[in-house]
Design a protein around this ligand. Structure first.
Ligand code: NAI
Length: 328
């Protein structure tokens, strides 16, 4: 089988090479997949893509014409794939539904702690031989209220870690995880109450039409003044312009982002030689109470090994014509 792996990043290549171990004819391509680059897969049986790739109807049509019959997603999310078009074109798709909820949850809590204790500012000061503490006062997490929106695989791990810090935990989800209530004392409530009562709010729902701009000016108005907002889920869950205004007034006191509405073409790449064109992220970067990471919450050794392994297994299922549990 011939496989074209689009958007191969340096950070993941060794994990992919390790699992493929010379078994298939694999071409690693650093370019992202789009209708403009799809012809690179000419003559390949399968294509593997990352979250930054776009498998729209036109792209899939070109892939199908090029002989591609299988799409192996190196991600859990599939909002970058036109599933209906793939079905029409008889391209099978499989994903990696879970690679490490712990990786994302731990990064989420790292953002909370780094924002609260102003670790980036503190480190930069020390590097400048400024050992003063003024302006670095944080708060005890103990007994603070943390609101978690979305208590699936990642949100529930966040709740368990936060429980260890002695926080009061409020949860909101369409379906309740009784373990979080029974074992960890967390309380399910509606989204409004969670927003009103939480000192820290963390987002872990998927991006769907009903969750688009879930955090907007109306919702922010109801939050406690100086609230900490963390988003490691998907950028468009938050209206970035509304959050920016709330940072200016102090309504939002801390912001931790691992994802950004307009991250496509920006995150995952080195733009250090370029002139930044995005005025919104440029403004966000001026606040000393904002930490932005470039969609790296998943980036652990464990997660990358799991992504590579499950991607390989999915391709094996296709090759052997066996049932694949991860097929969409
Ligand atoms: P999951 O599917 O296990 O959990 C999502 C939860 O959201 C479910 O419990 C579901 O009932 C709930 N939900 C869905 N729609 C809702 C709504 N309208 N209102 C309330 N609750 C709703 O997903 P998982 O694995 O926990 O991932 C969560 C998100 O994290 C993913 O959708 C993805 O966007 C993001 N993610 C981010 C990564 C990163 O590196 N920053 C890596 C992996 C995932």
């Amino acid at each position: 089988m011939k496989i074209a792996v689009f958007s191969t990043h340096k950070f993941e290549k060794k994990y992919l090479e390790h699992v493929f171990n010379g078994k298939y004819d694999v071409k690693y391509i650093s370019t992202t997949l789009s209708f403009e680059t799809a012809s690179l897969a000419q003559g390949y049986d399968a294509v593997s893509i990352f979250v930054t790739d776009t498998a729209c109807a036109l792209t899939l049509q070109i892939l199908a014409k090029s002989g591609v019959k299988f799409l192996a997603l190196r991600s859990a999310g599939y909002n970058h794939v036109d599933l209906a078009a793939a079905k029409r074109l008889k391209i099978k798709i499989a994903r990696v539904p879970e690679y490490s909820p712990h990786a994302v949850a731990e990064h989420t809590v790292a953002l909370m702690l780094a924002l609260n204790r102003k670790l980036i500012r503190a480190h930069n000061r020390v590097m400048d031989q400024n050992f003063s503490l003024d302006g670095l006062v944080g708060f005890d997490m103990y007994m603070k209220t943390v609101g978690i929106i979305g208590t699936g695989k990642i949100g529930s791990v966040v709740a368990k870690i936060i429980n260890g810090l002695g926080c009061r935990i409020l949860l909101h989800d369409k379906s309740e995880n009784v373990e979080l209530h029974d074992k960890y004392g967390a309380i399910y409530t509606d989204c409004d109450t969670l927003c009103k009562e939480s000192d820290i709010i963390s987002l872990h729902v998927p991006l769907m039409p009903e969750t688009l701009h879930l955090i907007n000016k109306d919702c922010i108005r109801k939050m406690k003044r100086g609230v900490m907002l963390i988003n490691t889920s998907r950028g468009a869950l938050v209206s970035t312009t509304d959050v920016l205004e709330a940072l200016k007034t102090g309504q939002i006191g801390y912001l931790g982002l691992d994802v950004y509405e307009e991250e496509k073409g920006l995150f995952f790449e080195d733009h250090s030689e370029d002139i930044l064109q995005d005025d919104i992220i440029a403004r966000l970067m001026t606040f000393n109470n904002v930490i932005i990471t470039s969609h790296q919450a998943f980036l652990t050794d464990t997660a990358l090994s799991n992504i590579a392994k499950v991607t390989f297994d999915n391709l094996e299922c296709y090759e052997n014509d066996t049932k694949c549990d991860n097929e969409l």
